[in-house]
Structure formats: structure tokens, C-alpha cells
Design a protein around this ligand. Structure first.
Ligand code: PLP
Length: 458
């Protein structure tokens, strides 16, 4: 296939600067070797997250000028409501300022102590919102989805046998809803097939359980369905997305991803009663139901972004860019989770640094090396993020995988920026035996990765 360049041209530029080695060294020490603590201006290429980091289009910026900042009933709310009806097919919705508030509203209504919520993989805020309401978040992704090297076109699929077993062995009232995350962020950004969504929906209907979709990356997921699933090639991404959502009772959405916006989200449903109930809680925690913590101009940016993200030249370029980034890393000898996901490439740091024990946080060591060598920022998804000390024995408990996620913001970096990152990693690969492990010197009790401070080991 012919090389696909960016289907946009640049109208506004934001300068970025490569700090010199001495500055980078000082930044690392000041940050306690935790990249969350490094100021963004000291980062040259920022692959920390694809969330809220998109570049908006001229059409979205133009839309911001027609932001209606009235307290109630802003025109932009009605635009967004219409967009959600058209693309997702759900008649009722409330906007929120980001995805986790949609989760909070949904679960605080449906989840109670003793509830069980199955999902392919819960994202960490989804899990936290189930748990704060006393529920248990159960991950049922297929086995291939847990194996970095397994080759499967839809590694985000839920295991239908395990789901049926859960439904058969649990009293119905303990499962208030089931979820599917499209694409599966915690499982490497891997897609879920149309057939899997359909079968999950049928199973849920058989047991009378509502199905909600975590739809942050719904367009990337639909694109993978078009590319990889039999019989889907001739359909538009919009048609596929519409069919996906036709199988669900509702969805949560962080528009910071496939909304191509810097802030925003919504909760949508076919259940009028549910949306009317959550509106009451919303007024207390998020704002009046027609603005949901957002300015009118933000509502407009989301509404326009949701339509733009379905453009197929954009999706071809977007997923193609991430895939060729992944292939270039593989060619440079860097082991990654295969195949590359929709929004990010995940480096398998244990495989890359086999001499560093998990107790010395190999993925964090690689994150530090990326910044030290090239002012590139990635994020550790390993034992810093998911490990902890056993409360009884005090012994460290490690994560199943030590990954470094390089998330690609939408429409922000060109292929030559990513080529630079591949070169930096290629240089690190040449002297990887010199990389130092780390030791935690201070940490918070929960979500320690945000604020932990480290020391390098000799
Ligand atoms: C799959 C998934 N669900 C939910 C969220 C939460 O969205 P937000 O960060 O907008 O609260 C995220 C954010 O990264 C996500 O990736």
C-alpha cells in the first residue's frame, strides 16, 4: 500500500525545544526521576498520553467562536445532543467534563456493595469508580489479550465462556451492568470485534443485564473492524460504529480521545429514567445538565470533533502512523506488544532489559533513559503503577508486565517526530546494559506512580 502522509496541513505551530543534556539531568534529579514531575516545557516529544492532547482542527476552533455561554440551554448542548443521537443512536445524554465523571454518575446509580461488573479490561478510573461504590470490577479479556506476543486481530475481545459462567453462577441482582472497553486501553489499545460486541449483547439480553460501552476510542475500534473483520470492508466507519452502539444500552465517553477535544465527555443511554436520575446528582457534582462542567465552546469542539474523527482518511493515517511507529521500533530491535494498538505502542521493558530485576523497576529505568537521552516522555505501566508492598509481609508485589507506553497524541506529531523517538531508542539499545535500576524513596498510599520519588541504583 502507498505511504499515507498526514491528511492535514499545518496552519499554526507551537515551538518545542530540546533541552541540553545538563538541563535534562537537572530536571530528572529535581523530579525525583518521576516524569509526572517534569514540566511540559522541558519535554521535546511528549508521548505521555493521547488523552486531551489532540490538535483541534480549524473547523473546531471556528466552532469555539460560536460558543453560547448561557448557564442553561446553550445552543452547543443541542448540537452535541444531536451529534450523539446521530453517531451513537442513544436518545438521552448528559455532557461531563471528562470520562470518569460519566463513570461516577453511572456507577453511583447502578453499583452497590456486593455488585460485580464484568468488562474486557477496566481502565483504572473505571475500576476505581466501581470500587468506591462497593462493587467488584472483573476483567474477562480473552487469553490472547494478556500475551504480548500473541497474534490475534481482536485482542480486546471479552471471553464469552467466562462471561456466561459468571452470569450463570452469580445472582442476577448482583450484576447491575456489563461493560466493554473500545479499544481496550489497559490491554494495549487492542480492538474488540463487531461479532464479540454482538455476542456479548445477546448474552447480556439472555440474562437481563444492561450492556454499556466505554467508548473513548470508538472510531479507532470501528476502523479496526473495517480493516480486520470479514464482511466489513465495504461499510463506512460511521455505519460500523452505529451497529456497534445498536447492541448497547448506553455508553460512557471521554471526548479527550476520539472526541478530538482537549476536554469533555458524556454519558448516553436508551434509559430515560437513568439519565433523569443522574441529572440530580450531576447538579451537585458537575453542573447543570446542559453544560456538565464545560463551557459552551467546549461542547461545540466536542460535537465537531466527534464528526471529524469518523473521516476515514484521518483514521487510515492515524492507525497507520501508530503501526509504522511500532514496526520501526521492532526493526530497531525494541520489543513491543504485538500488534501495535490504536493509540499507542507499548515497549516490553522486561524483555528489553533482562538484567534488571522487577524490584529495580525496569520500565521506569527505560522511561528515565528516554528522557535523559532525548527529552522524550513516555509512561511506565508496570510495577510502579500496579505493584505495591504486601500489607502483611511488607514484601513487594509486582505487576504482571513491565511496559513503557508511548501514546501518540492525535494530529500533533508528524512521522519525523516519531522517527526521532525511534532513533533515541536505537541509541539506548546500543548501551542498554548501562541503564540503572531505581529505588522508591517516597510514595503515596494510593496511586503512587503520580508522585513517587526515586533514586538511581549503582
Ligand atoms: C478506556 C478509558 N476509559 C476511561 C478513561 C477516563 O477518561 P478521562 O481521563 O477523560 O476521565 C480513560 C482515560 O484515559 C480511558 O482510556
Amino acid at each position: 500500500m502507498r505511504f499515507m502522509p498526514e491528511p492535514w496541513r499545518v496552519k499554526v505551530v507551537e515551538p518545542i525545544r530540546l533541552p541540553d543534556r545538563e538541563e535534562r539531568e537537572q530536571d530528572l534529579v529535581a523530579a525525583g526521576f518521576n516524569l509526572f514531575m517534569v514540566p511540559s516545557e522541558a519535554v521535546f516529544i511528549d508521548l505521555f498520553t493521547d488523552s486531551g492532547t489532540s490538535a483541534m482542527s480549524d473547523n473546531q476552533w471556528a466552532g469555539m467562536m460560536i460558543g453560547d455561554e448561557a448557564y442553561a440551554g446553550a445552543r452547543n448542548f443541542y448540537h452535541l445532543e444531536e451529534t450523539v443521537r446521530e453517531i451513537f443512536g442513544f436518545p438521552y445524554m448528559v455532557p461531563v467534563h471528562q470520562g470518569r465523571v460519566a463513570e461516577n454518575l453511572l456507577f453511583s446509580h447502578l453499583v452497590h456493595p456486593g455488585s460485580i461488573v464484568p468488562n474486557n479490561n477496566h481502565f483504572d478510573t473505571t475500576r476505581a469508580n466501581v470500587e468506591v461504590n462497593g462493587g467488584e470490577a472483573v476483567d474477562l479479556v480473552i487469553d490472547e489479550g494478556k500475551d504480548p506476543e500473541a497474534d490475534h486481530p481482536f485482542k480486546g475481545n471479552i471471553d464469552l465462556d467466562k462471561l456466561r459462567h459468571l452470569f450463570e453462577t452469580t445472582p442476577r441482582e448482583r450484576i447491575p451492568l456489563a461493560m466493554l472497553t473500545l479499544t481496550n486501553n489497559s490491554g494495549g489499545g487492542q480492538p474488540v470485534s463487531l461479532a464479540n460486541v454482538r455476542a456479548t449483547s445477546e448474552l447480556c439480553k439472555e440474562f437481563g443485564i444492561p450492556l454499556y460501552l466505554d467508548s473513548c476510542r470508538f472510531a479507532e475500534n470501528a476502523w479496526f473492524i473495517k480493516q480486520r473483520e470479514e464482511g466489513q470492508k465495504e461499510r463506512t466507519v460511521a455505519e460500523i460504529a452505529r451497529e456497534v452502539f445498536s447492541y448497547a444500552d448506553g455508553c460512557t465517553m471521554s471526548a479527550k480521545k476520539d472526541g478530538l477535544a482537549n476536554m469533555g465527555g458524556f454519558l448516553a443511554s436508551r434509559d430515560k429514567g437513568l439519565i433523569e436520575t443522574v441529572k440530580q446528582r450531576m447538579v451537585v457534582i458537575e453542573g447543570f445538565p446542559t453544560y456538565g462542567g464545560l463551557a459552551g465552546r467546549d461542547l461545540e469542539a466536542v460535537s465537531r470533533g466527534l464528526r471529524e474523527v469518523l473521516h476515514e482518511d484521518y483514521l487510515a493515517y492515524r492507525t497507520g502512523q501508530v503501526a509504522s511507529f511500532g514496526h520501526a521500533l521492532t526493526e530497531a530491535g525494541i520489543p513491543i506488544v504485538q500488534p501495535p494498538g490504536g493509540h499507542a505502542v507499548y515497549i516490553d521493558a522486561r524483555h528489553f532489559l533482562p538484567d534488571l530485576p522487577q524490584a529495580h523497576f525496569p520500565a521506569q529505568a527505560l522511561v528515565v533513559a528516554l528522557y535523559r537521552e532525548g527529552a522524550v516522555r513516555g509512561v511506565e505501566i508496570g510495577s510502579v503503577m500496579f505493584g505495591h508492598d504486601d500489607p502483611e509481609t511488607g514484601e513487594p508485589v509486582f505487576a504482571p508486565m513491565e511496559l513503557v507506553r508511548l501514546a501518540v497524541p492525535r494530529r500533533v506529531y508528524t512521522n519525523s517526530h516519531l522517527k526521532y523517538v525511534v532513533e533515541v531508542l536505537g541509541e539506548i539499545e546500543q548501551h542498554k546494559e548501562r541503564l540503572k535500576g531505581l529505588r522508591i524513596v517516597s510514595q503515596a498510599k494510593v496511586l503512587r506512580h503520580f508522585t513517587a520519588r526515586f533514586e538511581e541504583l549503582d
